[in-house]
Write a protein that binds this ligand. Structure first.
Ligand SMILES: C[S@@+](CC[C@H](N)C(=O)[O-])C[C@H]1O[C@@H](n2cnc3c(N)ncnc32)[C@H](O)[C@@H]1O
Length: 267
């Protein structure tokens, strides 16, 4: 199954920023506590985007881990390389399409990670087969993604705004706990599911609408079944804003709870 999706850097960086500003918990701390990336480790981050996880691991391992980040978006790779230069990090950012064979020899990496990305893969057996192949014996795989109960409030507001129009199935929440977990469990050993909860409390409607725009954006192609072109997009966002204002006036704030899974497994 081919999934038509791309991630513009402005949308990805906006969502990351909103989580940092309004979240109650820090996903970076949770990730590092689970994985403890050490000096000397060889790490591959697949679907690295602008390099969030790579920079996190680099800092934790005090620049002493050998980190490679791969993504198929040249725009995001450029952002990652700019930050590499600014911070003096030595992360290797390179083109990698996870629907194609990874350009690495077998048994190379101690840790292979993928945050909010690999569920866009066309063929999970193939992609996780590649992750398994490039990991050393005893190497670990870590994949994060949304659990089905993720951000209920966001979907409820959209449903209310559209008189219950069907929400397009999101590859993350629809595949993560089922298909993705089952595929990893089949290929790897010691598969575990960890859970992370983060309450985003928006003290005004505007930052919530920033989140809506950074999620529904036409360029991401995930929501386009709900609108056709710019005018319909703006009309939809307008209806969502009306409902969000109503909820805000009723509750005095808008709280969106992110419920994230982390699948950790061993080769
Ligand atoms: C939601 S972003 C997450 C980025 C990053 N891991 C982070 O946590 O900030 C999803 C990423 O998956 C990447 N992606 C989607 N399909 C891909 C593919 N076939 N091969 C490689 N990367 C892909 C996108 O370009 C984007 O960077």
């Amino acid at each position: 199954m081919k999934i038509d999706y791309q991630e513009p850097s402005k949308d990805l960086l906006m969502r990351i920023d909103l989580h940092e500003k309004y979240g109650s918990a820090n996903i970076d701390v949770w990730t590092n506590d689970l994985l403890k990336p050490q000096a000397g480790m060889k790490i591959l981050d697949v679907g690295c985007g602008a390099g969030k996880l790579c920079f996190l691991f680099n800092e934790y391992a005090q620049g002493q881990a050998e980190i490679t980040g791969g993504d198929f978006s040249n725009e995001l790779l450029e952002k990652a390389r700019e930050k590499n230069k600014q911070t003096g990090a030595k992360i290797d950012f390179q083109f990698l399409d996870f629907n194609e064979p990874f350009k690495f020899a077998d048994n190379q990496f101690d840790l292979c990670t993928s945050a909010f990305a690999i569920y866009y893969a066309s063929d999970l057996n193939f992609t996780f087969g590649e992750a398994h192949r490039v990991l050393k014996e005893g190497g670990r795989l870590f994949v994060s993604g949304p659990l089905p109960e993720n951000k209920q409030m966001f979907y409820e507001i959209i449903k209310e705004a559209t008189n219950n129009a069907p929400i397009p199935p999101m590859p993350g929440s629809s595949r993560f706990k089922g298909e993705i977990y089952a595929t990893i469990e089949k290929i790897f050993t010691k598969t575990e599911l960890h859970k992370f909860e983060n309450h985003l409390t928006f003290p005004e409607v505007a930052p919530f609408m920033d989140y809506v725009r950074a999620s529904l954006g036409e360029d991401r192609r995930l929501w386009t079944s709900m609108f056709n072109g710019k005018d319909e997009y703006e009309a939809l966002v307008g209806k969502i804003e009306t409902v969000a204002k109503k909820w805000f006036d009723r509750d005095g704030k808008l709280v969106m709870t992110k419920v994230i899974g982390g699948i950790l497994a061993v080769k």
